[in-house]
Design a binder for this molecule. Structure first.
Ligand code: 5RP
Length: 223
C-alpha cells in the first residue's frame, strides 16, 4: 500500500514526462504551490539546463526553485510557457478544481492563464464527484473583508477568515465552508464579481487540461 506521500511523488514524477516533451532553450515552465508541487520542483532540477527557466506561483515555490539553482523569471518577461504544473485541493471529472489551500490561488491563476496547458498533479483522494467539501478559498482585499463575507453568506456559504495569514499580495483569505458548488463556472463568475474579491479558488472557467492522479494501481490520466 503506497502512502499519500508516495502517491504525490508518483504524480509529480509523471508530470516530468511533460517537461521532457516540451523542454527547449526558450521554454518556461509554470510552477505551482503546495506539497505536490514541491516534489515536482525537486524533480525539475534535473531539467534546469534544458529550459529557459520557470515562473513561480508563490514566494515559497520561488525559494524552493532557487534552492535547486533553477532560474526563476518574472512573468512579465516570459513569451512562451508550454505548461503549468500544480496540485489541487479538489478536482472533478470535468477538470474543474478548487485551489488555494496554500493561499497562492491568485498567482496560480495568473501564471496558469499564460500557459498553453495546465497539468494538475494530485493523489486520487482529490478527485470528487462535486466540488465543495473542501472550503473554497477566496483572496480578498483587507478593507472589503466584512462586505465580502456578508455577500458570501447570502450566497449560502459560511466564510471564515484564515487566521494569521497574509497572501504574497498582501491580502487576506476567506475560506468558505458549506457552499454548494453545483455550477462551478457560474459561481466562479459571481464570486469574482464581488467588489474586493481578488479571485476565488475555483478554477472552472479555465480548468486543468490534463490531470495526473496517482492511484494504488498507477497514475491515471484524465484529459
Ligand atoms: C496552493 C494550492 C495547492 O495546489 C493545493 O492546496 C494542493 O496542495 P497539496 O499538493 O499540498 O495537496 O492550491 O494554493
Amino acid at each position: 500500500m503506497l502512502s499519500q506521500q508516495e502517491l504525490k511523488q508518483q504524480a509529480a514524477d509523471a508530470a516530468l514526462a511533460f517537461v521532457a516533451e516540451v523542454a527547449a532553450p526558450d521554454a518556461v515552465i509554470g510552477v505551482g504551490t503546495g506539497s505536490t508541487a514541491d516534489l515536482f520542483i525537486d524533480g525539475l532540477a534535473a531539467y534546469k539546463d534544458r529550459i529557459l527557466g520557470t515562473v513561480a506561483s508563490s514566494e515559497r515555490s520561488a525559494a524552493r526553485l532557487a534552492g535547486h539553482g533553477i532560474r526563476v523569471l518574472d512573468l512579465n518577461d516570459v513569451a512562451w510557457m508550454p505548461i503549468y504544473v500544480d496540485g489541487a485541493d479538489e478536482i472533478d471529472d470535468h477538470l474543474h478544481m478548487i485551489k488555494g489551500g496554500g493561499g497562492a490561488l491568485t498567482r496560480e491563476k495568473i501564471v496558469a492563464s499564460v500557459a498553453e496547458r495546465f497539468i494538475c498533479i494530485a493523489d486520487e483522494s482529490k478527485l470528487v464527484a462535486e466540488l465543495g467539501a473542501f472550503p473554497l478559498p477566496i483572496e480578498v482585499i483587507p478593507m472589503a473583508r466584512e462586505a465580502v463575507a456578508r455577500a458570501l453568506r447570502l450566497l449560502g456559504g459560511q466564510p471564515r477568515l484564515r487566521e494569521d495569514f497574509v497572501t504574497d499580495n498582501g491580502n487576506v483569505i476567506l475560506d468558505v465552508h458549506g457552499m454548494r458548488i453545483a455550477e462551478p463556472q457560474g459561481l466562479e463568475k459571481v464570486v469574482n464579481d464581488l467588489p474586493g474579491v481578488v479571485t476565488c479558488g475555483l478554477f472552472a472557467l479555465h480548468g486543468a487540461d490534463v490531470a495526473l492522479l496517482a492511484t494504488q494501481a498507477g497514475v491515471r490520466r484524465l484529459d
